[in-house]
Design a protein around this ligand. Structure first.
Ligand code: TTP
Length: 184
């Protein structure tokens, strides 16, 4: 029986797999998250997801390893994890009253075979005042989250509309992963 290994430090990804009753273990390595500018956006993120899965797949060569990467995009601007509160403020201020696209890329390495895909969901923010942004930042929930918010948490108060799979926003499109797992 093959093991499934989630190559991610993200508690949200762990929770999502658990929610879908998938049996898995976690093993991850921190990598330098450098995007390959020569690739179109979805492929760029898929490559990063693959780079997260690759070192783990060499530890479990016969098993199934899943890596992922999530990015918030507003027009051509990519909003990853903010480095500090100021950057988080700027991100939320930019997202206010606009529709962003959240991409989650996944790489699955199964016994040396690689599959990658990228899903996207549109999220529209309410119009936020400076006070509302600062109140949200005070919760500290923005730390470690692409785009500086967590839709699964208090961050849902910032959101007016979601078009697509909310699990893609939280960081792992599990329904698509399940299709791959059934296929293998
Ligand atoms: C937009 C959004 C992002 N996020 C999180 C999911 C990811 O954990 C994080 C994006 O950063 P990632 O670099 O994709 O992932 P990570 O660094 O947390 O974990 P790892 O690289 O080890 O897999 O943002 C939410 O939890 N909720 C949201 O609404």
């Amino acid at each position: 029986m093959k093991k499934i290994i989630l190559a991610s430090s993200s508690p949200r990804r762990k929770e999502l797999l658990e929610l879908h009753k998938i049996d898995f273990i976690i093993d991850f390595q921190t990598i330098d998250e450098v995007l390959d500018e020569n690739l179109a956006l979805p492929l760029r993120l898929e490559k990063l997801a693959y780079q997260k899965a690759l070192p783990i797949s060499s530890k479990y060569p016969k098993d199934i390893v899943i890596g992922a990467d999530t990015m918030v995009c507003l027009n051509k601007q990519m909003l990853g994890k903010p480095k500090n509160r100021q950057e988080a403020f700027n991100m939320l201020n930019m997202l206010s009253n606009r529709t962003q696209t959240v991409y989650s890329a996944v790489a699955i390495i199964d016994n040396g075979k690689v599959a990658t895909f990228c899903d996207d969901t549109k999220v529209t923010f309410k119009k936020l005042t400076e006070q509302e942004i600062n109140d949200y930042l005070d919760t500290d929930e923005w730390r470690g989250k692409a785009g500086a918010y967590a839709i699964q948490g208090i961050g849902k108060c910032l959101v007016a509309k979601v078009e697509g799979d909310i699990e893609t926003v939280i960081g792992l499109p599990v329904k698509i992963i399940e299709r791959y797992l059934n296929f293998y």
